[in-house]
Ligand binder design. Structure first.
Ligand code: SAM
Ligand code: MG
Length: 214
């Protein structure tokens, strides 16, 4: 029986990370994906920028679009203050099953709610079904053509407040041109680019941080 890449990533966690130690989970995944098999985690280099934005915002409510194996989920949740809550959305059940185990290995189940489904279906349910008022921070890292429609959807659903921060991965590689154009030209956002590299490579990529001004 052949294993999948996410299963092998989980294996690397179980073999090399300490239960209940999120940083060791992050390290085990980075080591595996840098040396054995590339995977679409935000990775260590952009991960440091993600960490600094999470620490600066110190959010009570976070939405992550695109969980994959839970790498960035663990990274974000490990930096959250007590009682803060991270909702992460993943529409691929095979990835969700792995991410749940990675999150449990890190000991972060209490802070994270992984919801299986498509962002376009779930965003309109956040208030009524998930008890969310607004999100302090949103990490966009799902399919790149969804960044813009889902941002407009979050606005329409009243999930952004003055000061909410959107942090978008892969704005250069693979790239999200329509989204970048939108947040950079809209007077309702104050937007800033953080230059870095595509995970585990030397190819330019970066994160775009956009503050919603209301
Ligand atoms: N954030 C993860 C990390 O850095 O560790 C990586 C996420 S990966 C780049 C993108 C994930 O988004 C994939 O697992 C894919 O199945 C999921 N995805 C793509 N479009 C989605 C959508 N519209 N709703 C929910 N999940 C989606
Ligand atoms: Mg990414």
């Amino acid at each position: 029986t052949q294993s999948t890449r996410p299963q092998r990533i989980l294996g690397a966690v179980q073999q090399n990370a300490t239960r209940g130690d999120p940083r060791s989970v992050v390290r085990a995944i980075d080591q595996y994906c840098r040396n054995q098999e590339w995977a679409m985690n935000v990775g260590d280099e952009k991960g440091c920028i993600l960490d600094s934005v999470v620490s600066e915002v110190n959010p009570a409510t976070v939405l992550e679009l695109g969980t994959y194996c839970g790498y960035s989920t663990v990274r974000i949740a490990s930096l959250l203050p007590p009682h803060a809550k991270l909702i992460t959305l993943e529409f691929n059940p095979e990835f969700a099953v792995i991410a749940r185990q990675v999150i449990a290995w890190a000991g972060l189940e209490d802070k994270i709610q992984l919801v299986e489904g498509a962002s376009g279906d779930l965003i309109p349910k956040m208030k009524e079904q998930f008890g969310v008022e607004t999100f302090d921070l949103v990490f966009l890292d799902h399919w790149k053509d969804r960044y813009l429609p889902d941002t407009k959807l979050m606005e329409e659903c009243g999930l952004l407040r003055k000061g909410s921060v959107l942090l978008a991965d892969n704005v250069i590689c693979p790239g999200t041109p329509d989204y970048l154009e939108f947040v950079r030209s809209s007077p309702r956002y104050e937007s800033q680019y953080f230059k870095s590299h595509l995970e585990y490579t030397k190819v330019e990529d970066g994160l775009e941080k956009s503050v919603f001004l209301g």
